[in-house]
Design a protein around this ligand. Structure first.
Ligand SMILES: Cc1cc2nc3c(=O)[nH]c(=O)nc-3n(C[C@H](O)[C@H](O)[C@H](O)COP(=O)(O)O)c2cc1C
Length: 343
């Protein structure tokens, strides 16, 4: 794969490797691969690149200071996506102000956005009704089967379940993605998205085999060319292996899976010593520090850098399109091993 033309033809041959599902059809995408919203990183350029590669990315609303900036970001993403769909992520916190979610939702609906990912708390019934009234489709992502069932009962169109491997906030549970997925297939009626630790095409095939209609991935994309962060941060992700993440803050009810670095080791130490007041940690763990020191300046020893064991699959920094082509080629090989057609 040397040129973009080569890549286009590779994509064409891989177009039908993975099946169309209720989720690919509803979102209008070629592959059942979603790029979950990633705070500060899921910006217009990255989300659009996922769309052009036949997947769906969710731009994180919280990364924008106000509604006007968010609307401009969305316009930019739509322009760069060249007609491919663009999604929006609303992460709803139990612990802090959720900002102007309703205004941002209205702005997105006005721009014709229909794909929404929520995470954190279950959206209020009013918000779900507003999404549906505006023609939107809601994927609610959570980390426990009981939350998934609650989201289904509340009217989420699709439910995302993430295992303890998830980069970011996997919840307090100890269940891996494979177990959650197998149970979810028995206990949920709405189409299922499975995520957490997925970094290879074989795992995508396995998630679909369990009953998922799409996967949600984040960590595998962190070193992609279209991620705006500093090259030194991406080099740290490439260098890190599948053992390089740790979970902290479980004892505070805020489990967070991040890169093992100076900040997270200090946090783990304070937690082990019994500190339970989140405010004490704030000067160490604020998102602004992560954005400034790690993402902007490239010092990956500073800040809480969300990621999970799927970074073990990241071997270099390359475009989203190439990464997706690799995933599809791996998926095809897995299907062939099982004697299934796939592309
Ligand atoms: C750097 C980073 C930031 C994230 N930020 C958010 C976020 O703001 N909101 C959210 O719903 N999920 C967030 N996530 C979770 C992803 O959307 C996705 O569910 C997760 O990456 C899937 O697990 P994986 O990292 O093992 O592939 C983040 C993940 C990463 C790696």
């Amino acid at each position: 794969m040397n040129t973009d033309t080569d890549l286009d033809s590779v994509h064409a041959t891989l177009d039908r490797v993975l099946p169309q599902t209720p989720i690919t059809r509803a979102f209008g995408i070629r592959h059942p691969i979603l790029g979950g919203g990633m705070m500060w990183l899921s910006d217009p350029g990255f989300v659009a690149a996922l769309g052009r590669a036949g997947c769906l990315g969710f731009m994180t609303a919280r990364s924008f200071p106000d509604v006007a900036a968010f609307s401009r970001g969305l316009e930019q993403a739509r322009g760069l996506a060249e007609g491919a769909p663009v999604g929006v992520n609303f992460t709803l916190s139990r612990h802090s102000d959720n900002g102007p979610v309703v205004q941002m939702l209205d702005a997105a609906l006005e721009q014709g956005i229909s794909a929404f990912e929520t995470a954190g708390s279950l959206p209020e019934p009013d918000l779900i009704a507003r999404i549906h009234a505006g023609g939107g489709i809601l994927l609610h992502k959570c980390a426990a089967l009981r939350h998934a069932r609650a989201a289904q009962a509340a009217g989420a169109d699709f439910v995302g379940l993430v295992g303890m491997e998830e980069g970011g906030h996997p919840g307090p549970g100890e269940l891996p993605t494979s177990v959650l997925g197998a149970l979810a297939a028995r206990r949920l009626e709405v189409p299922l998205v499975l995520g957490g630790g997925i970094g290879s095409g074989g795992q995508i095939v396995s998630a679909l085999a369990l009953g998922a209609d799409a996967v949600v991935m984040g960590s595998r994309f962190l070193a992609c060319a279209e991620i705006w962060a500093h090259e030194a941060y991406k080099a740290a992700i490439v260098a890190a292996d599948e053992n390089a993440s740790i979970r902290v803050f479980g004892s505070l009810g805020r489990t967070w899976r991040v890169l093992r670095n100076r900040t997270s080791l200090r946090v783990a130490e304070m937690e082990a010593a019994g500190e339970r007041d989140y405010a004490v940690y704030a000067p160490l763990v604020s998102g602004a520090l992560t954005r400034r020191f790690a993402y902007t300046e490239g010092d990956s020893d500073q800040g809480m850098l969300s990621c999970g064991p799927a970074i073990g699959f990241v071997e270099c920094s390359e475009s989203v399109a190439r990464t997706v082509a690799t995933l599809l080629a791996e998926a095809r090989a897995s299907l062939a091993r099982l004697g299934c057609a796939g592309g």
